[in-house]
Design a protein around this ligand. Sequence first.
Ligand SMILES: [Zn+2]
Length: 391
Amino acid sequence: MSLRINADRLLSDLTHLSQIGAGQDGALWRIAGTKADRAGRDWLDKTMRVEGLHTYYDETGNVFSRRRNTTGPWLLIGSHADTVPAGGHLDGAYGVIAAMEVLRTLHEEGHPLADHVESVAWFDEEGVRPESAGGLVGSTALAGSAHAADLVGYLEIHIEQGRRMEKAGLNLAPVTGIVGVRRYQVSVSGQENHAGTTMWVDRQDAGRVAARIVAELKSIILAVDPKGIGNAGVISFGPGAANVVPGTASAELEIRASSDRALDGIEADLDATLSRIAAEENCAAELVRISAKPAAHFDQRVLSAVHEACLEKGRTDQLLSYAGHDASVISTRLPTAMMFVPSTGGFSHSNKEHTPDEQLVLGAQALLDAVLKVAPMLLEQEVGSPVALAA
Ligand SMILES: [Zn+2]
């Protein structure tokens, strides 16, 4: 039996959601907790209700849908409903609508798995509000909730938000995991002095230390993890005058790598290199970690099944995600995997977000096919026999 998603409904629902919270230029302002965000989630809730499904809000604000009068366990599928300020219409929204489409298809067709699939629109993934503490609010709440015990796993489809798939001509990409992210404050103290009369050898130039560690960042990261990436987004010198040798300097560094071990290695090398440079410049320097999000590694069996579903749809290759997703939090509690569809030009968090319709349809179909492979596997593991799936 081959089940087909309803491509017209998928695309028209995406268009509908992209009108809620849209500005003049089409950019979206469904920032978590705003009226537009609430309107978006209410529309998702009602859309599933009119299809005859049971939908409900949890106390955090996540919106769940499933068949009426079912007792689970369920395979959870979904993504986030909020956007960044002036965001795009596919980030999060695509995964939410695709998950709804998969559940509705199973429900309409009377498929036995329809009783074991639940869709979710996560609240506040982006973490724009100060009280969001970095985002992933809805998924973090779920991972620690009693409802997680009723779930057997989690699948999420998302736009890539980069250019790797487009460049490689990929239609779909199973996601192996999500990079870990650490941020650091570099603080350097030297000695302010006259920039003309102080010879090189006599300087304690804090600015040179900060500039040199920023310049070394790329090679330090790549030596440890060829997939690693980093950024020095903030640097400042004190007192900040052209004719004064900087007596103080600071920088903020961010590193992303495929495993916590790689992050540890990069951190150790950064620390050692900073000490060496500071000594060479007759300064004192300190590297302080200011935040850390662990790397996520998706479940091997679920990932294999997702990969199989993607392979049936054309050019596919596994990718690591460099952006954070709700799936990283959920993977600490449930067997989890993700898949990506390409982003035209690599644009995201902007009104330039775009993926061709045929790839959006292909992705939603691949999600359905992945559910048909993953759900029986995880349910059988949960209940010990395939009996639960009898129609
Ligand atoms: Zn997203």
